[in-house]
Design a protein around this ligand. Structure first.
Ligand code: PRP
Ligand code: URA
Length: 215
C-alpha cells in the first residue's frame, strides 16, 4: 500500500479502496449499519500499513513436504486503545487481522469551565507499558482529545504510541505534532479545516452519533 507523507511522522493513505470507502462514509445518506461496516473495513485496511514496521524473526518448521525457514512476528507486542466512544468502531476491523492483540479503553470529556479534556475512564492491559499501543479515533479535529489521550498513556509509562484516525484536520495534526512529536499519525484524509463548532469541514459529521445512531 502506498501513502502520501504529510511530514515524516504523518501518513495519509492513498489506497483507492480506502479513498472509496471514506467517500461513502462522508455521504450524509449512508445509514448507521453501512457507516459502522465502513469504519470497521477502513480500520482493517489501514492496519496493514500501521503494522508495517513490526519486527520479524526467522523460525524453522516442518511443512507436509519438508523444512521451511520462515518468518513470524517477534519483539514488542501491540495493543489498541479506542477513545470512547467513536474509537470503538475501529476495534473490530483491527481485531479481525490481529485477534490476539489486547484492547484498552480510554474515555474523555471536555470540562465546561476549563475546556480541558478530563479522563473519566481508563482501563489498559496490565503489560501496556511493554507494548506498542495504537490509539484509535476516527476524527482528529482540534487534536485536544488525541493529545490528552496520548498524555494519559505516557503518564502510565507507555512510550511507543501511534495514532490512527480516519479524517484529520490540519489543526489537529499540528496540535498532536507539537505536543507529541514522537507519535506517528496515520489517517485516510486530511480535510480543509474546522468550522466554528470545531467540526471537521467537510468531514463526515459526528462520528459517534453516526456509528451508534444516537442522532
Ligand atoms: C469526537 C471524536 C474525537 C473528538 C475529536 O468525539 O471521536 O474523540 O470528538 O475532537 P477533538 O480533536 O477536537 O478533540 P466526541 O467528543 O464527540 O465524543 P463521542 O465519541 O462520544 O461522540
Ligand atoms: N468530532 C466528530 O465526531 N466530528 C467532527 O467533525 C469533529 C469532532
Amino acid at each position: 500500500m502506498t501513502f502520501e507523507k504529510y511530514d515524516d511522522m504523518v501518513f495519509v493513505f492513498d489506497h483507492p479502496l480506502i479513498q472509496h470507502k471514506v467517500s461513502l462514509l462522508r455521504d450524509k445518506n449512508t445509514d448507521t449499519k453501512e457507516f459502522r461496516e465502513l469504519v470497521s473495513e477502513i480500520a482493517m485496511l489501514m492496519t496493514y500499513e500501521v503494522t508495517r514496521d513490526m519486527p520479524l524473526k526467522e523460525i524453522e518448521l516442518e511443512t507436509p513436504i519438508g523444512i521451511a525457514r520462515t518468518k513470524v512476528l517477534s519483539g514488542k507486542k501491540m495493543g489498541i486503545v479506542p477513545i470512547l466512544r467513536a474509537g470503538l468502531g475501529m476495534v473490530d476491523g483491527m481485531l479481525r487481522l490481529m485477534p490476539m492483540i489486547k484492547v484498552g479503553h480510554i474515555g474523555l470529556y471536555r470540562d465546561h469551565e476549563t475546556l480541558e479534556p478530563v479522563e473519566y475512564y481508563c482501563k489498559l492491559p496490565e503489560d501496556a507499558s511493554d507494548r506498542e499501543m495504537v490509539l484509535l479515533d476516527p476524527m482528529l479535529a482540534t487534536g485536544g482529545s488525541a493529545s490528552a489521550a496520548i498524555s494519559f498513556l505516557k503518564q502510565r509509562d507507555i512510550t511507543q504510541i501511534k495514532l490512527m484516525c480516519l479524517i484529520a484536520a490540519p489543526e489537529g495534526i499540528r496540535k498532536v505534532r507539537s505536543v507529541h512529536p514522537d507519535v506517528q499519525i496515520f489517517c485516510a484524509c486530511v480535510d480543509q479545516g474546522l468550522n466554528s463548532d470545531a467540526y471537521i469541514v467537510p468531514g463526515l459529521g459526528d462520528a459517534g452519533d453516526r456509528l451508534f445512531g444516537t442522532k
